[in-house]
Design a protein around this ligand. Structure first.
Ligand code: GPV
Length: 819
């Protein structure tokens, strides 16, 4: 029996009985015939009994105490597998491992049965998951609101080197053991129709939405388990259902079958996650998802608020709503609509509440990612919301006129409505106007938000634009994924570092300690072996753990410059084959990345890397010095193997383009050295570890801007640098695609003649030179060990616990509530 956070005491006998009960009654299996999958499911259900109980108790306590909470609205929560992580938070990992062993099963094997819930694309969705973990670990009252997609991010495979997408039915046939449906929290969501004017009982002119269709929102709760405490918060995911025929107009017209048919279509709102990262596609179904998410979430927030006996006027005192990028912006006019049309508040009273309730996080400056929706589309799907947006803008334009009288240029720039052949609603502008705080996600990014994206807004609303530097949860990203390193850290600094990451700084004094260096590097070696074993088993590629493991794992995007990495690999290939004096440490380059299905160049880059890998890995002339491994279907559970195994972390975006990055932090915490540009959070990581312990290269933000103004000429670099020329020209040949020259030429063409906005060739020479430095530094293993240890020791700033405290103290004004 053990005492810990989530259970008063763990009763092993009772737990085993609960597992067996679920095995037989929930999953219709017997202990003798059940597969590992059934055992995993039964174990998950037995554990979820504990967390669901604690979730309900937490919910009730917070409602009774009338405490202030944050509501984190996000279209994506990339939570990854929950079982192993929840066991750690519950303090039950060892106990449950014992219990399952007594039942004849290895816990680690059972954990492999869980399919990743991939309800997000990349950094933005994973950040939301880390933030929920940190809110619960520190007991800041919170509810996460997202969508219960039937299919998460697609599963990726390679066919002849090309990405192929398949649906990701993450729940399987049996359903996900950690989720519980909450039918009493159902919501009804309206769509389409028109707005009508009417007079209320006092003769006041009012307006109301007469919807054309309704759909049902079903709430599914996943438990966010507080580490080492008794709090469990809900991650509430809405599923769209359309159980009844509900095209009201067609139904009333007697078109019964037609009404049913469109109801079926509406039932598809939460079918699938849009697979775009940092890119706005402008599809009507996506707007419907966004509104469905916001309507359900706002209604649920109001249900909780009013249900606990609070007045609507006190909403902003007790609730704050964080918008994770602009994806949930439509929540602003939705709350306004409810306050105006349902609670009958006047505009000013409603606006005061709404604009003090919402805050907004900006995650990108990339123009193609800044969302706009056509007025026509919004007016058709959400007619009353379009009216409210116009009214918000009308009043805002008056403020702009007062501040800059007669200046139409600034009006055009700041307006929520973009004029043009078709008028568009700029969601970011609506967010800045309609919230009390706007933050970027790293110091550099937040400065650029003020300087380049919203300079006039910063003047108009001084203090509204701020920074909260991102972070990652040390529970999943060290303790769970790197048990070897965790044991070593605990031995040196005590075992409370997972929720007090400042403690990890205590490792600094062991950086020079030879014995410690050996043990630290031995852990790294074990982690490299774990990855090598995975690669052998799943891809049948042999790799040597003495090689430098150089890893780039992130979504595929031109701005992240996987093709710069590829050019470096091609340059090494060229030198190994053509320069007898050239020597290098053996290196394995790993990639893990999904391309948006419609992003042709990104898919071409995947194809090129795979083709280069095929050739390089079997080319005996290279003497095993160079290997390339593109891990298929990169996802959170593979990230957990990759981060701990890295020697070198690739963070090579064009300066000014990566808002923060969070993989960079996970690598450094796990003792990889970064090769990176002065971009996003790399800048702050350099501040923490010092210039000697990070490999910085490339143009600075201002140099990028200057070069663009002067006119970037890729051929200048091509003609001046024979190595670059050799690398690029290899892409024209059939070296990697025997008998089919030109198959990789699109990349070369894009970089030389495509007006590459990411200046890949401009950073190539410095990138290569910096990699040569890495090669030299790695040869001295004591030197490398010292730097790696210092990276782990000096990363405490990048705990998402610190990020959440920044939000709580500086933006949300939120206090922890201990259970
Ligand atoms: I906007 N981000 C993302 O993953 N998807 C998006 O659609 C958008 C932003 C990312 C940024 O690219 C990263 O730099 C950042 O670290 C992350 O959001 C979390 O803030």
């Amino acid at each position: 029996m053990t005492t810990n956070g989530q259970t008063q005491q763990f009763d092993k006998t009772a737990f085993k009985a609960a597992v067996e009960k679920h095995l037989t009654t929930t999953y219709a299996n017997t202990p003798t015939t059940a597969t590992s999958r059934s055992w995993y499911l039964a174990m998950g259900r037995a554990l979820a009994e504990i967390t669901t109980g604690n979730l309900l108790e937490t919910e009730q306590q917070l409602a009774e105490e009338k405490v202030r909470s944050v509501n984190y609205l996000s279209l994506e929560f990339l939570i990854g597998r929950l079982t192993g992580n929840n066991l750690i938070s519950m303090g039950l990992y060892e106990d449950v491992a014992d219990a399952m062993k007594e039942m004849g099963h290895s816990l680690t094997d059972l954990l492999e049965e869980e399919r990743d819930p991939a309800l997000g694309n990349g950094g933005l969705g994973r950040l939301a998951a880390c933030f929920m973990d940190s809110l619960a670990a520190q007991e800041y009252p919170a509810v996460g609101y997202g969508l219960h997609y039937e299919y998460g991010l697609f599963r990726q495979s390679f066919v002849d080197g090309r990405q192929v997408e398949a649906p990701d039915a993450w729940r399987g046939l049996e359903g996900y053991p950690w989720e519980v449906v909450r039918p009493e929290l159902n919501q009804t969501v309206n769509l389409y129709g028109h707005v009508e004017a009417y007079k209320d009982e006092n003769g006041n002119a009012c307006r109301r939405w007469v919807p054309g269709m309704t759909v049902e929102g079903v709430a599914w709760d996943l438990p966010i388990v507080g580490y080492d405490n008794k709090s469990v918060y809900p991650l509430r995911l809405w599923e769209c259902r359309s159980p009844a025929p509900f095209s009201l107009s067609r139904f009333n017209d007697g078109d019964y079958v037609g009404a049913q048919y469109s109801a079926l279509e509406a039932g598809n709102v939460t079918k699938v996650l849009y697979p775009n990262d940092n890119h706005d596609q402008g599809k009507a179904l996506r707007l419907m998802q966004q509104y469905f998410h916001c309507a359900c979430s706002i209604a649920d927030i109001l249900r909780r608020h009013i249900g606990a006996g609070n007045k609507i006027e006190d909403l902003a005192k007790l609730e704050t709503i964080q918008l994770n990028d602009t994806h949930p912006t439509i929540a602003i006019p939705e709350l306004m609509r409810i306050l105006l049309d349902e609670y009958k508040l006047g505009w000013d009273a409603a606006w005061t509440i709404s604009s003090k309730t919402f805050a907004y996080t900006n995650h990108t400056l990339l123009p193609e990612a800044l969302e706009t929706w056509s007025e026509a589309l919004i007016a058709q799907m959400l007619p009353r919301h379009m009216e409210i947006i116009f009214e918000i803008n009308h009043r805002f334009m008056k403020l702009v006129e007062q501040t800059w009288p007669g200046n139409n240029e600034v009006k055009r720039k700041l307006s929520i409505i973009e004029e043009g052949s078709q008028r568009m609603v700029r969601m970011a502008n609506l967010c800045v106007v309609g919230t009390y705080a706007v933050n970027g996600v790293a110091a550099l990014h937040s400065e650029l938000v003020k300087r380049d994206l919203f300079p006039e807004f910063d003047e108009l609303f001084p203090g509204r634009l701020t920074n909260v530097t991102n972070g990652v949860t040390p529970r999943r990203w060290i303790k769970y994924c790197n048990p070897g390193l965790s044991a070593l850290i605990s031995e040196k600094v005590g075992n409370d570092w997972p929720n007090k990451l400042e403690k990890i700084t205590g490792l600094e004094k062991f950086a020079e300690d030879k014995a410690f260096q050996k043990r630290y590097m031995a852990v790294k070696k074990e982690n490299k072996q774990r990855l090598a074993d995975w690669v052998k088993e799943n891809m049948d590629i042999e790799i040597d753990t003495n090689a430098i493991f150089d890893i780039q794992i992130k979504r595929l995007h031109e701005y992240k410059r996987q093709h710069l990495n590829l050019l470096h690999i091609l340059s090494l290939y060229h030198r190994l084959l053509n320069d007898p004096s050239f020597d290098m440490q053996p290196r394995v380059f790993f990639f893990g990345s999904k391309a948006a299905p419609g992003y042709a160049l990104a898919k071409d880059i995947i194809f090129a890397i795979n083709k280069v890998a095929e050739k390089v890995n079997s080319d005996s002339r290279l003497g095993g010095k160079l290997k390339v491994v593109f891990i298929p279907d990169y996802r959170v559970s593979l990230a957990e193997i990759l981060f701990p195994a890295a020697d070198v972390s690739e963070q090579i975006s064009t300066a000014g383009k990566e808002a923060s990055g969070t993989g960079n932090m996970k690598f450094a915490l796990n003792g990889a050295l970064t090769i990176g540009t002065m971009d996003g959070a790399n800048v702050e990581m350099r501040e923490e570890v010092g210039d000697e312990n990070i490999f910085i290269f490339g143009l600075l933000v201002d140099e990028v801007q200057k070069l663009k103004e002067e006119g970037y000429d890729p051929y200048r670099y091509y003609h001046a640098d024979s190595l670059l020329r050799a690398a690029l020209d290899l892409l024209e040949t059939d070296e990697f695609t025997p008998g089919k020259p030109g198959q990789l030429a699109t990349i070369r063409h894009n970089l030389l003649d495509g007006g590459d906005p990411y200046l890949v060739l401009a950073d190539f020479a410095d990138y290569v030179k910096t990699h040569e430095k890495i090669d030299v530094e790695y040869r001295n293993q004591e030197n490398w060990a010292r730097k790696a240890i210092l990276n782990t020791a000096l990363m405490s700033k990048f705990s998402s616990d610190r990020s959440i405290r920044d939000y709580a103290n500086n933006i949300w004004k939120l206090k922890p509530v201990n259970r």
